[in-house]
Each structure stands twice: as C-alpha cells, then as structure tokens.
Design a protein around this ligand. Sequence first.
Ligand SMILES: Nc1ncnc2c1ncn2[C@@H]1O[C@H](COP(=O)(O)OP(=O)(O)OP(=O)(O)O)[C@@H](O)[C@H]1O
Ligand SMILES: Nc1nc2c(ncn2[C@@H]2O[C@H](COP(=O)(O)O)[C@@H](O)[C@H]2O)c(=O)[nH]1
Length: 551
Amino acid sequence: MGSEMSTPAPQGGEGGEVQQQQQQQQAPNDAIAQQQQMPLHPQSGLPSALVIVGPSGVGKNTLIQRLREGNTSFGHSVSHTTRQPRPGEKHGEHYFFTSKEQFAKEIAEDKFIEFAEVHGNLYGTSVTAVRKVLESGRTCILDIDVQGARLVRKTPLKAIFVFIAPPSLEDLAKRLFTRGTEAAEQIQKRLANAKEEINSVNERGLYDYLIINDNLDDAVDKLRAIATRALQGLDPEPGKVPESVLIEDAPLPGMPPLDPTAPQENGAQGLLLSEDPPGAASAAADPLPNPTAAAPPSTTANSASDKEAQPAVTSNGGTGMRVVAVARRKEKLEALQVHMHNLRIPPTHFLPVVCDITKDAEVATLPRIVAKRWPDAGGVDVLINNAGLSRNDASLMDGNVASWVEMLSTNVLGTTMAIKAAVQDMRRRNKWGHIINMVGLSGHRIPDGPQGGGFYCATKSAVKTITDGLRQEARGKMLPLRVSSISPGVVETEFFTVKNFGDAEAARSTIQNYASCLQPQDVAQTILWCLSAPDHVEVNDVVVRPTDQLL
Ligand SMILES: Nc1ncnc2c1ncn2[C@@H]1O[C@H](COP(=O)(O)OP(=O)(O)OP(=O)(O)O)[C@@H](O)[C@H]1O
Ligand SMILES: Nc1nc2c(ncn2[C@@H]2O[C@H](COP(=O)(O)O)[C@@H](O)[C@H]2O)c(=O)[nH]1
C-alpha cells in the first residue's frame, strides 16, 4: 500500500546524522540511569506512562486535552523541538522551543529518552520532563511520533502505547487544513508521511491499543479507559490491535472540476477485484484479464490496477453501474482514476481503493469503505474476482515454495475472503446480487510445458470448485445469489510479465506464441453479458478463447 507515501524517517543532511545518532542511542536508559533520582520504571501499582502516537492532525492533542480536563492525575511531558512556535504557543508549556545547535548539544549530553526528525524538524522527550510528572505520582503522557515510540519501547519506561488513527486520509487532510496552523506545503509533507505512520500499526508489539478517532466523544471514552489502566499501573489488555489495519486512501488531489453538463452514469454499484501482484502477469496458458469489470448496483473487483483493466472498468459505460476498483498498486489505480476522470465518469461512479486482497482485515473493510464513500449506494451488489497470479518458478517437482504460497494466498484465499465480505454485506441488506469469479482455461486443463503450470492450474481449479461450492451453499440456503465464472484463454495483459518476474521481453515472446490474444474488452463484454441475463437465468461458466488458440 501507499508506495508514493514517503517515510518520516530522516534522510541525508541533518536527518541522516539524526538517524546515526539514534542508532547510537543503544541504551537510552543510560541517560536515565545517570540522571535518575527515582527510577523511571515504577514498581507495580504505581502509574505507568501513556504513549500517544498518530499522524499529524489526527487529534492527539485534542484527545489529551479532553482527558486532562478536570483530572489532575494525568501530566503531559513537554517536548523539545526545533520548529518555530505557532501563534499562541508558549515556551515551556507547549514545547521547549530550541535552536538546532542547542538541540544537538542536548543530544550529546544524553538528555533525551528519545528524539527524532519529524516532518523536517527535530523533536525530543527529555528524561527530566518525564521524571517531573512521574515524581508527582501521576501518569505521564508522551505525545510522540512513530520513530520516538520505537525508541521508547526499548527503554525500561513502563508504558502503555496507543496509536490514534484517522477514519480516512481524507478526514485527516480536512483536519489539517481546518486547523490552519501549517502552510499548504507543510500539510502536504505531513499527509505524505501519514500513510507510512499508519502502516506502523501493523508492526507487531509496537502498540497496545488502536483507537480510530472518528467520533471525538467515543475516542475520548476509549482513551480514558486505557489511561485509567495506566494510572493504576495495570498491564495493557492483550489483543487490542487488529492483525492488519487498512485505512482508506484519500482521493487524488488536483482533479479539475467535472463538467456538470456531461452525461452522468446512474444506477448500480459493484466491486472489481484484481490480483495486482508486485510485478506483472502470469502463467502458462491463460492469463486472466487483469481488470474485470463492472456490475450493477455496486461492483467491487480485485486487481483492477493494470492498464488493461481500463476497458473492463470503463465498460460500465451505458450500464449505469458504479464501480469500486480494488488493487494493491496505488500508482496503477491512480492512473486508472485519471483515465476515468478523463472519460467524465464522476467520482460517484468510480472509486479506487488500495487493498491487499491476501489480508483478511483489509478485505473485510471493503464494504465499510464503500458504504462510507457512497452512503446512497446501499452496498456491494456485484463482486468480480479477478485475482490470477502465476509465477514461472513454480514447478511441482522443484518449484519455489514462496511462489506456491503467493499464488495460493492471492488466487484462492483472496478470492474466498472477498466472497465472504461481499456475501456478508448482501446478507446485512438482505439484497442478493451476483458473484463472478475468473477461473480461466487453467481451471479446466493443464497446458503442456517444461516449466510446469500445474500449481497455477491447481489454484484455478480451486476457484472453479469454490464457484460451484458457493452456488450449492446459496441454493441450500434458498438464497437468490447468482454465481458465475468466466474462463478466458490467453488475454493480452500484464499476466505474463508478472509470471516472468517483470521480464517484459520474456512476456512478449510468450505472447508471440499466439497469433492473436483476447483483449480485456472481450472479457469485459462477457462479464456484462453474464450480468445482463434475466433474474431467472444464472450463467454458470463461460469458456472464451482466441479463435486460433489450440489448448
Ligand atoms: N474526532 C474528530 N473529529 C473532527 N475533528 C477533530 C477530531 N479530533 C480532532 N479534530 C480536529 O482536528 C484538528 C487536529 O487536531 P490536533 O491538533 O489535536 O491533532 P494532533 O494529532 O495533535 O496534531 P499534531 O501531531 O500536528 O500536533 C483540530 O482542529 C481538531 O479540532
Ligand atoms: N519523536 C517525537 N515526536 C514528537 C515529540 N513531540 C511531538 N512529536 C510529534 O511531532 C509531530 C508534529 O508535532 P507538531 O506539534 O509540530 O504538530 C506530532 O505528530 C508529534 O506527535 C517528541 O518529543 N518526540
């Protein structure tokens, strides 16, 4: 996720030095040991510290202020910073505003438990500031960035770590702009760093709690319960950070306003999911059309990221479908978004979402994202599972196990988790739509070849069985869910490039073995045909291949 988001870690120049110095900060507790009259690691029963982390503008200070209102049990460690004070900020109250030279001197004097370069300025927590609060028998609150949290984790300071996340990057951007304390350029920098900071939630063992600061009162209540534990010196409760966390992406900035007189789509929504592997496309004989597109009410599709996805996604033209395109590669989705914009498809009808379909928590969030972005849409009515990743080092005799795992988790588990998320959304609304899985010819036969496409074919056979199994399950429960699969032969997509680990030349020579290939539009048309069948007709499987493809 978020390859464009830069990291907040210092790089080069002053930042580079900071990083080196941080690395030398092997035992920040040395500084503590030298200076302490009382230990920073209180005995059990005494208050723990509370470390609050989160991207700039998420509301950390607001929450801390609300927590401390009328409650003297919580103290705030005042940090040092080299950034300029904002209007109204007071030295010694909001920060100790310090010159770079003074900050460097204090680093050399081992004054800090942790310090880091954040958004271009230095920030640090002094031992004295923390001790001052602890000595008064209160819980000390540290409001620090991710790098600082990692460093504090290594000290003996007994603390509970809480990550505050925004409901979406869009909300975060709004908050920073509304706060109005930074210039646009600084806001862009903070937003660019936010994605990486949010990703730190997935670092095992870094945080004890995750709070999404959506409704402020709810977030304050949650923080108060955690802070009370810290005050009582209790250990954090286990399992309070989900295994994987996805925060919805912000829309692309800078799109020109749409022409209000341009014709508008209307109607259905659906998801288009695609495999979107880090490289390109795949296997022996029948690559999947990378984009699979469209459907009525709400369509979600995985692996909608490739250029080839465009015809499929844009095939919603004239059908009134609203399409959610889901893929791992943000830059591909952005290109698709620009393309849709140029086609005058309004944001009400096309929603790109970055999501790794091998991550259960991310996939499970998709219907919630659709509901939030398109509250009028109801939910997901159509799911198109396009996941189809193949690797050329996956022979059954001596293949790479990592490639087997990658194919299995993308093609089989990704598809199944997406089905579960879509079906649960349909059940919640008691509105049953259509699920279309891309099986491919590989789900029906194994092509010849010394490289061996057997494992890929096994995953596609599994998708075929899952398609049939889902239909049986729906029938058994008397649900009017329609389940179809499409089995294309060779389609000209990135499939072979991914299969060859990005080697475009190898991909080209594979494609040249075929006089002609299917184009993504051909597959998109087949999808539309399945969807257009009257309610009492369920297309089960459509095999479609280039006229001159033999096997
Ligand atoms: N739940 C919320 N809903 C809407 N707005 C909020 C919410 N929480 C905080 N805000 C607003 O968001 C803005 C940023 O909040 P705040 O200054 O507390 O963020 P912060 O995380 O401390 O930022 P920084 O790290 O830059 O110091 C403020 O204008 C605040 O009023
Ligand atoms: N590592 C540290 N990070 C800190 C400290 N004090 C604040 N911060 C973080 O910096 C950003 C920006 O703060 P702002 O006041 O300029 O908006 C924010 O996210 C804080 O969490 C510190 O002592 N160490």
